[in-house]
Unconditional design. Structure first.
Length: 571
């Protein structure tokens, strides 16, 4: 019998859970059957699992915690990443300055405690919980069903096959263009990476070579999440497979390459836009998932409240002029433009788009993809499509003076033009156009509306619950007690539907600046962005943060999300 078992038995006796006579009988029986004394007493129901937990805690001077009876805050759960919590079977309970209280089933596991102290860079306070309690808490807070590639039982055999020595020789090498059998484990592994990403609603798949590992991350609802990745030794084989699928040169490792993959997930056909970039430790692959069937093209789905939607519908119903949607990369500008086109797409209107690249195919719309290698730039395409006599033109992005000038001239000659710009807010779009060389009178005459937007995560409907914001959140959003009385603030506690994040899908917050005659005069006089912003506020424009606050009070998103997305925005 192990020495540790002796100490645990002594603790059980000291706490009065068993007496010396029962222990003596259990020892004799355990010796005869070759099992541990504690295990035998549990099997014979001389003691309960809760008694063992209490004895372990007493043995190390730790407290017992009933995890099922407490709700652990999200900011505490995030202290220990999912893969570490699952690996070491621990759950964070609370934190104080420099200390983290951690629930563990075996407080004698000094290796785990030392490892956590090093990983968290904090002093560990032990709490003891039963093994079933730990398991239930791990499933509740970290998710019991979501599995990484190597953890999924369907792929244990695949990983095993791929890591065996004789398979290495059959894998396509860095300079080998040979195809492999459709049932080969490598193909199944790569396909599963794509299928898992799609099922988890990821927008991007990131395969990144690091010094000692091959990292796999999915971007879900705008947030990067690390997944269990294949072994480092399979890095070259996986990258080669993806380059073959996306029609890239597998013999070229020095320059970036782009390609596309079309894949079927169940009955759905999805496109993947693939980018390959040489890095210090190998080639990095990023795949953008384009689900043509999953694109939501209605204005309400974008996140507009009724008043903003009515304003926006009026603007996009005008016969001419230019509408600019602004925001950083990944803020949903292209999706908004597609929604606009879908709303006004009728048989009596001819619509042409110029995009780089064409992300979604829209029925009834002529879409042109830029191809700079043959001279088909935004400007060249624009000149040609204007001879096609369109009513409405969409330009993926205004990047230079030539494109901007043609777009604005088109808007002044009876065309309705939609495009995007990379600026932080709506009024700055005017100064940005002037900075690239557009004359102020052209900007003033052509511009009908400027709209800035950001994407925020939506609270998961399945696990939404009432929420009271912290003092810091109330101060940051300038919320008053009166506003909270009539509000329905919510926060997701985390469930399997949302991957225990509390959020599922995203929608927009908007800043809509409608250009009037007074504003045109200011633009003509080369007014600064701050002056234009003051004028927009006089006209009743809500800032991004103010629109976000409305959606927090309506219970659609959280204060934390709005603060994160509008950092630097003065409400």
């Amino acid at each position: 019998m192990a020495e540790q078992d002796d100490y645990l038995v002594d603790s059980l006796v000291d706490l009065g859970f068993v007496n010396a006579e029962q222990v003596a009988g259990a020892r004799a029986e355990a010796r005869a059957s070759g099992v541990g004394v504690v295990d035998l007493m549990l099997a014979n129901k001389l003691i309960r699992p809760a008694d063992v937990t209490q004895a372990k805690a007493a043995q190390f001077g730790a407290e017992v915690v009933q995890l099922a009876g407490i709700q652990i805050p999200d900011d505490v759960i995030t202290i220990i990443p999912r893969h570490i919590a699952k690996k070491y079977r621990v759950v964070p309970v609370f934190k104080t300055e420099g200390k983290v209280a951690v629930a563990i089933a075996d407080p004698s596991d000094l290796n785990t405690i030392d490892t956590l102290t090093h990983l968290l860079n904090a002093e560990i306070e032990l709490r003891v919980a039963s093994e079933p309690d730990i398991e239930a808490a791990l499933n509740k807070y970290y998710g019991g069903e979501k599995k990484g590639i190597a953890e999924d039982s369907r792929f244990k055999d695949v990983i095993q096959e791929l890591t065996e020595e004789h398979v290495e020789a059959n894998m396509p090498g860095a300079d080998d263009g040979g195809l492999v059998d459709a049932d080969a484990p490598l193909i199944r592994l790569v396909n599963q990476i794509i299928v898992d990403a799609f099922k988890m609603r990821a927008s991007d798949i990131h395969l990144e070579p690091l010094a000692k590992r091959f990292r796999l991350r999915y971007r879900i609802d705008g947030i990067m999440q690390e997944m269990k990745a294949p072994p480092k030794r399979l890095q070259a084989s996986i990258i080669t497979r993806l380059k073959i699928q996306s029609n890239m040169s597998i013999s070229e490792h020095r320059i970036p390459q782009d390609g596309r993959i079309q894949s079927k997930v169940g009955t759905k056909l999805i496109d993947l836009r693939v980018s390959c970039l040489p890095t210090y430790h190998g080639e990095s692959i990023v795949m953008r998932i384009l689900d043509k069937e999953g694109l939501k093209l209605g204005l309400p789905q974008l996140g507009f409240f009724t008043d903003d939607q009515q304003t926006f519908e009026r603007i996009i119903g005008l016969p001419d002029g230019i509408l600019l949607v602004t925001g950083p990369t990944g803020s949903g500008k292209t999706t908004t433009l597609y929604s606009c086109l879908n709303f006004i797409n009728r048989p009596d209107r001819k619509i042409i788009t110029v995009e780089d690249p064409v992300e979604y195919i829209l029925a009834g719309i002529n879409q042109v993809q830029v191809n700079e290698t043959v001279g088909l730039t935004f400007a060249a395409a624009l000149r040609s499509i204007l001879r096609q006599a369109p009513n409405i033109v969409m330009i993926g992005e205004i990047r230079d003076l030539e494109t901007a000038t043609i777009a604005i001239n088109a808007s002044l000659t009876g065309h309705l033009v939609f495009s995007t710009l990379h600026t932080n807010d709506a009024p700055s779009a005017v100064t940005r156009l002037m900075d690239i060389g557009v004359k102020p009178f052209l900007v003033a005459s052509s511009t009908r509306c400027l709209m800035a937007q950001r994407l925020v995560r939506k609270i998961c409907k399945t696990c939404a619950q009432p929420y009271q914001p912290t003092d810091a959140e109330m101060h940051a959003l300038s919320l008053t007690a009166d506003q909270l009385q009539s509000a329905t603030l919510q926060k997701g506690r985390g469930c399997n539907d949302c991957g225990n994040t509390g959020y599922r899908s995203r929608f927009g917050i908007f800043e809509i600046f409608v250009i009037d005659d007074e504003t045109r005069k200011l633009i003509y006089d080369k007014a600064t962005a701050s002056v234009l912003r003051a004028r927009a506020r006089e006209m009743g424009m809500r800032t991004l943060r103010e629109d976000g606050i409305r959606k927090v009070l309506a219970g659609l998103t959280t204060a934390e999300e709005v603060i994160r997305s509008t950092l630097g925005d003065e409400a």
